[in-house]
Design a protein around this ligand. Structure first.
Ligand code: ZN
Length: 319
């Protein structure tokens, strides 16, 4: 619930409580005419989180009508080019657009050096605050938290140091039962305390217990981003029961040996992880550009796990 004071009375407003994911790019390796390497935007209760920032991210943000100024936190999984080569361009465009808000970048140790070297040699410095949160832990850790969202790393096994990211909504406020509040003749000035979980004492001294005036909060949502990684059952406890798991599936099982050699996963392996972790929905992505038909990924995964979706550039998933 959100509250706003208007003309001397508290106005009751339904508080936004949602999560959606827009895929900007979900293919491996190289940008192509109609496909882009990895980048996505997760929106949680009005906050935007950019996850990975490959070449083409700026153009994809424009195409998907996502305002640059709403991006204040960028999470980079690892320093391979198809996940990070768009970052310097985006930072530079923020500069040209006279950005004023601070920008926070979470990524592997070395990311600060990569970005500042380019800024220094081009004598280009940001007019806004640029903060790097460099990661080097092999253990899962909380790297971002506010009143609505907490973000933890998911340590992955890839050719270089790599993290996935787990985004969890915090438990929401209880929902006001307006009919009940009116029945007990509770004054509107108590509504805020009610959604905060407090009991209410009426003028006649009668105490109305909170559970008579409210509904349960909407269950919080969770999203796990896992790209790139070899098949790794160690991540299962970290992503247990999440609402949506994005798991890379660079290859099909026919290329199992290549997947393992390049420390990537197959669609079948991604489905195996989804099944073990009991996630609600699996979204596949990071397809090798060798495949013309990505439907094959869904077919393969569905043999193991039923609720599978294919990521594709420009698609938005509402949780
Ligand atoms: Zn990689």
């Amino acid at each position: 619930m959100r509250w706003k004071r208007s003309k001397g009375i508290w106005v009751f407003k339904q508080f936004s409580f949602y999560m959606n994911l827009t895929i900007l790019g979900c293919y491996a390796a190289t940008p192509r005419t109609f496909t882009n390497p990895t980048s996505q935007v997760l929106e949680i209760d009005g906050r935007l989180f950019l996850i990975d920032c490959a070449e083409g991210t700026q153009v994809q943000l424009r195409k998907n009508k996502i305002k640059f100024s709403r991006i204040n936190h960028i999470f980079i999984s690892h320093l391979h080019g198809d996940h990070v080569y768009g970052l310097i361009g985006l930072i530079s465009s923020f500069m040209l657009l006279n950005r004023v808000n601070d920008l926070h970048i979470y990524g592997p140790k070395g990311i600060k050096e990569i970005i500042t070297l380019q800024l220094r040699l081009s004598n280009s410095w940001t007019g806004y605050g640029l903060f790097f949160h460099e990661l080097e832990s092999e253990q899962s850790e909380i790297i971002y938290e506010d009143d609505k969202v907490v973000v933890k790393t998911i340590p992955l096994k890839h050719r270089i140091y790599t993290n996935g990211f787990l985004f969890r909504q915090k438990k929401g406020l209880r929902k006001l039962n307006i009919e009940a509040a009116q029945k007990y003749k509770v004054d509107k000035c108590f509504y805020r305390n009610i959604v905060l979980g407090k009991d209410i004492t009426l003028e006649n001294g009668e105490i109305i217990s909170n559970d008579l005036l409210t509904f349960e909060p909407i269950p919080p949502k969770s999203y796990a981003f896992c790209s790139d990684t070899i098949y790794d059952e160690d991540i299962v406890p970290l992503i247990k029961d999440v609402d949506v798991l994005y798991h890379e599936s660079t290859f099909l099982q026919a290329e199992e040996v290549l997947a393992s050699k390049t420390m990537h996963s197959t669609a079948r392996e991604a489905a195996g992880i989804a099944s073990m972790a009991n996630v609600k929905t699996l979204v596949l992505g990071h397809y090798s550009t060798r495949y013309d038909n990505i439907e094959l990924f869904r077919d393969e995964a569905k043999e193991i796990f039923e609720n599978v979706y294919l990521a594709d550039d420009g698609l938005t998933f509402d949780f």
